[in-house]
Design a protein around this ligand. Structure first.
Ligand SMILES: Cc1cc2nc3c(=O)[nH]c(=O)nc-3n(C[C@H](O)[C@H](O)[C@H](O)COP(=O)(O)OP(=O)(O)OC[C@H]3O[C@@H](n4cnc5c(N)ncnc54)[C@H](O)[C@@H]3O)c2cc1C
Length: 47
């Protein structure tokens, strides 16, 4: 089994989760984003 380490596990890739992951990535933090839908952006998605 392969173990990976993350600084943050973020549930939901909506506006908040995506921005938080991006900002933390800039600061050198490793994030795992878990999303139940098949797209990112949450309710901001425009079709
Ligand atoms: C119809 C509508 C129109 C809107 N129009 C505007 C607008 O014009 N301007 C504006 O500024 N704002 C608008 N908003 C509000 C804007 O969409 C929200 O403020 C913003 O999307 C909130 O972001 P969020 O990341 O908090 O939540 P969300 O966008 O809801 O993202 C949460 C994400 O988490 C995921 N998730 C939830 N539970 C789990 C789980 N257990 N496991 C995995 N994933 C999970 C969801 O699938 C979703 O992708 C609108 C909202 C709606 C519903």
């Amino acid at each position: 089994m392969v173990y990976k380490e993350y600084d943050y596990i973020i549930v939901g890739s909506g506006l908040f989760g995506s921005v938080f992951a991006h900002e933390m990535n800039i600061r050198g933090k490793k994030c795992l984003v878990i999303e139940k839908r098949n797209h990112v952006g949450g309710n901001t998605l425009k079709k």
